[in-house]
Write a new protein. Structure first.
Length: 148
């Protein structure tokens, strides 16, 4: 089964909570946990990973909290998913470098199809910004680019 892990899903929720507040807004981890129903045990790891990847700014202290380092229109779903899942690879055959790695590489009809499906998925994820997700959460329809 191909699916994102729970931590990635929670990371998307953290980013969405911050994006909903607008540029420059700070939220505490407790506020995000409560609003987005994220178990407390997950928050430190999620916040640390998002900060390490440059997707989140952290501010310690009483008036601290979390904020987005850039506008939500410049942060994509792909950014967050790849920060937690690593590079997205639909099939290992897409990683094949030479003929020694795969005896069917030269004449494989499936490899190019996997490549097309992966490219479409990555393109779609890169086209979805957190600004788009905020608008959709407010009932403003998203206009998605065509896959063709």
């Amino acid at each position: 089964m191909l699916k994102i892990n729970r931590q990635t899903d929670y990371a998307v929720r953290v980013m969405l909570a911050l994006a909903k507040r607008g540029e420059g807004a700070r939220l505490s981890t407790a506020e995000i946990q409560q609003e987005m129903l994220i178990p407390k045990a997950f928050m430190p790891r999620i916040v640390a990973q998002l900060a390490r990847e440059g997707l989140l700014d952290t501010f310690p202290g009483r008036d601290g909290g979390l904020s987005l380092p850039r506008p939500a229109s410049q942060i994509t779903l792909r950014d967050v998913v790849e920060a937690f899942e690593g590079p997205i690879l639909l099939s290992e055959c897409l990683q094949v470098k030479g003929e020694d790695d795969c005896p069917f590489q030269a004449n494989c009809p499936v490899r190019s199809k996997w490549g097309r499906v992966q490219a479409a998925m990555l393109r779609e994820m890169a086209a979805i910004t957190f600004e788009d997700l905020v608008k959709e959460s407010l009932g403003i329809p998203m206009v998605m680019p065509s896959l063709v």
